[in-house]
Design a protein. Structure first.
Lengths: 484, 484
């Protein structure tokens, strides 16, 4: 494709996206296709001869769109948000157009240095501890996901716990990882990947009300493990769990970690970015005193397209110690002089895209002001939904939502727990089939609970009002069909 | 940013990229900035108020471009190519615009099903074994990099070798991994990450001429390990090593693997895509009979922007067994019914972008024909360069290049080895400082060797002719300044 052809087709694609974003609310939020439907509509064999780009766009409309669940729809309230925004899309487009590899500083210095600057900017915006900055002993790095950030943090923690032995000898002792029942599943996955296995993961009890990790239980479990000869490597505290945005008490957990010299990773994948607002700076409580690593996802709630997680460490040395290997074909003067950052040593893959461009574009376009306005809008709308639920006798609010996620249960008088859970699931299915909103679920104390996460860039007050109306209406309609 | 603002700025960015690609040859290939120069030119603090998008583009030109090493420059011959192309850039742009999360089938069915179709298309284009296809027991998946593909293959291999124990009990025995001295460093990194440590990695000798792994040495090392109580988990054979594109004898290695029931992973990160041409189908020799997993990078040489590695397995069961964990908030009817693929269970991260769009766009735009033409152009030009080197008494060709990478050494009569190596390095630095071409180096049998990889979409005959002229000229000029 020549540059002039690119110019022409590029405009077509930009127009396609502008039209898509302008009309996204006209699609059903959740795709209604059956397994195999999209696959069957596509040719089984690749084309022998090239096709015009218009054919790609036509098939996107005709075949793929019905198979898309529209995460940017204003009625998307499922999982957590996965914000896209204009400046992020364009920042990523610039990255694709430049097509540089940022594995080493020397392979494109601007790719590394802009990343250092923007992760420091983000640390500044969130009010993170000064020692997380790259010009101190720490440093931030863009990862593809919180899963990878947790894995990398665990590898650094193992490196420190083993005094460097893990990189050489492997998992030669009973290293252990501490989570709660509410910790994201990526921590267990990281433990499996790192060779600890599920058996190396200790699940610490939570407070049954708040679902936050109980630091006293952690203290007991840790002491017992140490007495039995285990080597505790890392504790993961979560600020805003995936299930219900429970907030683990970081400072109290950190105190226990300090007693045993255990690495404290704080996973704030969803919630952390809310600290752009001064009124949510309490989310950082304990970080400065206790956290060895911390991560949050601008690609969830901070208007930056996936993939853009940022991981910070208080001390980058064990991270690099765990992951650095330098073959001859990657040696270069800048690396040898120790005067540069090579982010390949801060992550699992070797290669890396120029992802800093999209975060840079987002921060510059919105400014701190614009980012705060986005977070405040979502938190405000979530508080409204929570107040409507709390005031309605047909529903039960799980907890007052600290941020944008509202967890609640429809009530089904006369039904026993298992029947009521089935009715709740059925209600969710009916709502999601309706096409104007999309919810997902979790379980709290064994019971099915609905999750309504307000986080979309396009979501306004009228969308949550409509969603609540529809939830009430479907609940009443379904209730009427049930016995009792 | 409203859709209309996106339309306007999107056109600006498309024009910027079209102009950049049209004029990329006017930049010095390798950035000449010093460490810290870009960082110092950027504001230390993020903006409080939003800025116009034009300010981002202006700073891209003014501050960032001097810090870019231009991987799409026709004179870029370093490392391996990292092809960008118009249709790939636009496919990725569509992915950003849609902003969907493909972690589960249900979170956007088209994201999963298009991926299944395009990786099957690619298997077809490359002539890969039928059992690698998703409708058989195997299946392909897009990973971010060959590093991640190797790690995931190793985790699947450990799962099989341990009979499922690793996910539960962790690394509880002496699992071992077999590579050669020429295997990519990501394999040692994967072994470290997976808890085997460097001590779990056995480096098998290579043939000193071809630098290919010696299967008889592998047989000896494996047998010795087994006798000593180790549990061999995986052998990695490489088709086209990073250093010199050496080709390990996959079938002979596979025979040894079969004797011991060891997982064979074939890493063809750079070379594998050349099999789009029937005359390079020999690159697949042994795959169908012996390989448990195989991976190649369309993001290197197949015109698809980073990140796009494809990993195939002959049997997806151990892969999913190693990586699948299902928390309540991700449960859904389609997954429970077992009727769909959830690619989150085929990779380290949970979240995933809609990367299939770019590979789909590339295959449709170029067709099989166009992809073959690109590979043939590069291999033909590399053969020309090799013939010029072989015919010049001032240079020594390492081996006849099988594909697009030419390895060679300038000769420095009168200098001893260490001095000659320093002169070779100096020559490379002078050439790279000149700005019209970019080379990297490796070591073969202890000696510094230059690598000239012909792989760029924009690279034509005149660019390699000019490069060769300049290499000869600089070599002569530097020779004249040396004693002897």
């Amino acid at each position: 494709m020549t540059p002039e052809e690119f110019r022409r087709h590029g405009r077509q694609v930009v127009d396609w996206i502008a039209d898509y974003l302008a009309g996204v609310a006209s699609h059903p939020v959740m795709s209604q296709v059956k397994p195999g439907e999209i696959r069957d509509a596509l040719p089984a064999r690749p084309p022998e001869r090239g096709e015009p780009f218009e054919a790609v766009l036509a098939d996107l409309d005709r075949i793929l769109l019905p198979g898309i669940t529209h995460w940017q729809h204003p009625g998307f309230f499922g999982y957590f948000p996965s914000n896209a925004s204009g400046p992020a899309i364009l920042g990523d487009l610039l990255s694709s157009g430049l097509g540089v590899q940022g594995m080493l500083w020397v392979t494109s210095p601007a790719c590394t240095e802009l990343e250092t600057v923007v992760v420091d900017w983000l640390a500044d915006l969130l009010g993170l501890p000064a020692h997380f900055r790259t010009d101190a002993r720490g440093g931030g790095v863009i990862q593809d996901s919180a899963s990878s950030a947790c894995l990398v943090a665990l590898l650094a923690a193992l490196h420190r716990a083993g005094g460097g032995r893990v990189a050489v000898e492997g998992i030669d002792r009973r290293y252990t990882l501490y989570v709660s029942s509410q910790t994201h599943s990526s921590l267990e996955k990281a433990a499996r990947i790192a060779g600890l296995g599920a058996a190396g993961v200790r699940v610490v009890d939570v407070d049954p009300g708040t679902l936050a990790m109980d630091p006293e239980r952690l203290r007991t479990v840790l002491a017992k493990d140490v007495a039995a000869g285990a080597v505790p490597a890392m504790v993961c505290a979560t600020v805003g769990t995936t299930s219900t945005t429970a907030i683990d008490p970081v400072a109290a957990i950190g105190e226990v970690c300090r007693e045993h010299g255990v690495w404290l990773h704080v996973d704030a994948a969803y919630a952390g970015v809310a600290a752009v607002c001064p009124e949510f700076r309490w989310l950082n409580d304990g970080l400065g005193e206790y956290a060895d690593s911390y991560s949050t996802n601008p690609h969830k709630w901070l208007l930056t397209n996936f993939d853009c997680n940022v991981l910070w460490t208080a001390d980058r040395t064990p991270l690099i110690g765990a992951l650095s290997i330098l073959p001859e074909y990657l040696t270069n003067a800048a690396t040898s002089a120790g005067s540069v950052v090579d982010y390949r040593d801060w992550q699992v893959p070797l290669g890396r895209r120029f992802r800093a461009l999209k975060l840079w574009s987002v921060i510059r376009w919105y400014g701190a002001e614009g980012l705060r306005a986005h977070i405040r809008k979502c938190v405000g709308l979530a508080a409204d939904v929570a107040s409507w639920i709390a005031a309605d006798p047909g529903f039960e609010l799980h907890e007052q939502p600290p941020l944008g996620l509202v967890c609640f249960r429809p009530l089904w008088p006369g039904l026993v727990a298992a029947e009521a859970d089935r009715a709740t699931t059925r209600l969710m299915e009916l709502l999601n089939a309706g096409g104007s909103l999309y919810l997902t679920h979790t379980r709290v104390a064994g019971r099915v609970v609905l999750r309504l996460a307000v986080g979309g860039a396009a979501t306004e007050r009228r969308h949550v009002e409509q969603a609540w109306e529809q939830i009430r209406w479907e609940h009443a309609a379904l209730s009427a069909t049930l016995p009792g």
